[in-house]
Design a protein around this ligand. Sequence first.
Ligand SMILES: Cc1cc2nc3c(=O)[nH]c(=O)nc-3n(C[C@H](O)[C@H](O)[C@H](O)COP(=O)(O)OP(=O)(O)OC[C@H]3O[C@@H](n4cnc5c(N)ncnc54)[C@H](O)[C@@H]3O)c2cc1C
Length: 430
Amino acid sequence: MARLENAGTGTILKKLTVVGAGWAGLSAAVHAVQQGWQVRLLEAAPHVGGRARRVMHHGLALDNGQHILIGAYRETLRLMKTVGIDTEQHLFRMPLCLRRPDDTGLQLSAWPAPWNMLAAILQAKGWAWQDKWSLTGQAFRWRLNQFQAPADMTVAALCCHLPPTVMSLLIEPLCVSALNLPPAQASARVFLRVMQDALMGGVGSSDMLIPRTDLSRLWPDAVVQWLAQQGAEVVTGSHVQHLEELLAEPVVLACPAWEAARLTAAIEPAWSAQAHDLAHTAITTVYLQAHQELDWHSPVMALHSDADAPAQFAFDKGKLTPDPGMQGVLAMVVSASTQDRQTTTEAVQRQASDQMGLRQASALLTVVEKRAAFACVPGVRRPPAVVRHPLVACGDYIDGPYPATLEGAVQSGLHAVNLLERWRLGENRV
Ligand SMILES: Cc1cc2nc3c(=O)[nH]c(=O)nc-3n(C[C@H](O)[C@H](O)[C@H](O)COP(=O)(O)OP(=O)(O)OC[C@H]3O[C@@H](n4cnc5c(N)ncnc54)[C@H](O)[C@@H]3O)c2cc1C
């Protein structure tokens, strides 16, 4: 373990390199500084934030993809506050809303769980009594089983007794937005874990928290400022080609899976193969500019989605941000997207016209993130955080309870640093 004596004070400095400044690497850097490490953060891109960052388009601060957080993102919210972000101001909080333009779908109330869910089910428009009864019974059984499911089960199999209305208005939008996979492919175990955290995690856990600013301002930019104030070094435009020369000191590898696999191929081939074997799924965000008045009851709307109408959600950016340039800007989210940019953009424009009555809208920008999330399929094998002493890894793909999410990334950054702390203190059993 590399230690440096600070000549002036005699205090011990622990040196640490973090490779990658996405939300996992940033979380690791903040936590390490708080634990007394002297941190150097190396990022390949000219900017920090990784897969959750600002994208400028003709002076508009858009993102590489519309994100939402939920109230259960405990560590993300805590670290935002650590670096001075006012979460009330930067995030628009509202109870979970899966309402469609025709008013069908579910909207939770602000009541505590499980009453918020029960009330939403009872009040759901377009649902038969049988639908309501069936979902209530199913939710009760999930809770009774402590939200457990076999490792090899899909969400479709888990929900095979639920009627089509409940599947299309609740389970499908929740599943595709949380796991970025349709129910027929998604892991039931991870889905239930997300449901448990959101629905049983206390007041506000299931709330949607929608960024009011671009994603870089939401957290990464403030982290860089905070790290600089603490004396940490942040180097952008620094693409690490080999790890060997860094490994004289502890390293937190915070790259995405495919890059972590490349960097560890010669050092730890078994770990590298596991990271390499993960499949990924795409998310496309189509930004539209509406040329007509939008009179939505909420800044977010769920949409009926199929192969011809691929977006699952629409966000009214004008309602979320005070920037006058954002008036009429819509972010249409296509999770688990499979088609090319042009086809998707045209299909989404037709969908906005058919389902939202948006006849006058032009395409502003379409961002396709081909490797947005690892495929959270039943039985997926995710690499562990320990690569080999003194190298640990973090990122949304590292073994853990969550699918590819900001909270999964942030928690894995904290965990990686905790492992190094335990090594440092001589507890080699990690
Ligand atoms: C379009 C889209 C929508 C999403 N929506 C949501 C959502 O609504 N809610 C949610 O919770 N999550 C969402 N996610 C998932 C979330 O963004 C990711 O889980 C999270 O950003 C992953 O962070 P990370 O730090 O693990 O990885 P990354 O963000 O990929 O960070 C890795 C970093 O390492 C850097 N790097 C790579 N190689 C090197 C190298 N050799 N040397 C130095 N640096 C290197 C990269 O440039 C990058 O900055 C979405 C993702 C996308 C793409």
